[in-house]
Design a protein around this ligand. Structure first.
Ligand SMILES: Cc1cc2nc3c(=O)[nH]c(=O)nc-3n(C[C@H](O)[C@H](O)[C@H](O)COP(=O)(O)O)c2cc1C
Length: 201
């Protein structure tokens, strides 16, 4: 059996991510920036949820959240994390592993300021991941905060912030005919350069 071409080129992994992400933005029905974020509990058990990618460059992949949430507490204890994109429309997967670091206060301020007021109020009024007796309690907190602010800008709560995952490895998976799928794994060397290898699917 022979093959016509490699679907996953051996190029800079950030350029490849940008190419695939742009295609996902064109083809996914919603939230092409949705990604699963895996952290670890103190006992080593995995912990997983979706978040939205809000920026990326060679320094890493950024999402925003509440640092006092379950994920925030897990990250504070152990910054090792993994991200996963799955774009059904493209039959593609990207796995990214590395260390998380909180973004600067300036970065978090700028992103918080770019959000709609309703989202700002909703996140400022949420004790994310803590027990809630009744949904109405949360809605009342949103209303109370809006009244208290009397039209003033919503300040960013100090615990509402972003995290950047600096990747040590990135793996691209492409569906191919007859389940002869293709995987290319990129790893960062100590000098910062990236090398890649194909993996058996
Ligand atoms: C598509 C999607 C995107 C989400 N994006 C975010 C996000 O960007 N930030 C966030 O804090 N939670 C986001 N959530 C909610 C999280 O999945 C999760 O419920 C919440 O952050 C609490 O997680 P934790 O208890 O593990 O901290 C998203 C959920 C979905 C389904």
């Amino acid at each position: 059996m022979t093959d016509q071409h490699d679907a996953i080129p051996d190029i800079d992994p950030f350029a490849l991510f940008a190419e695939w992400f742009a295609q996902a933005q064109d083809s996914e029905p919603n939230d092409p920036n949705a990604m699963a974020l895996a952290t670890a509990k103190p006992d080593g058990r995995p912990s997983l949820r979706m978040v939205l990618l809000k920026g990326y460059d060679a320094a890493g992949f950024v999402f925003y959240t509440n640092a006092e949430s379950r994920k925030g507490r897990e990250i504070a204890a152990n910054p090792c994390a993994a991200l996963l994109f799955h774009w059904k429309s493209l039959r593609r997967q990207i796995r990214i592993e590395g260390l998380l670091e909180e973004v600067s206060a300036e970065e978090a301020d700028a992103y918080f300021a770019s959000r709609g007021r309703a989202s700002q109020l909703g996140s400022a009024a949420s004790d994310q991941s803590r027990p809630l007796d009744d949904r109405q309690t949360y809605l009342n907190r949103v209303d109370a905060l809006e009244r208290e602010l009397a039209g003033a800008p919503v300040p960013r709560p100090p615990h509402w912030t972003g995290f950047r995952l600096a990747p040590a490895s990135m793996e691209f998976w492409q569906d191919r005919a007859a389940r002869l799928h293709e995987r290319r794994q990129f790893r960062q060397a100590a000098d910062g350069s990236w090398t890649s290898t194909l993996l058996y699917p």
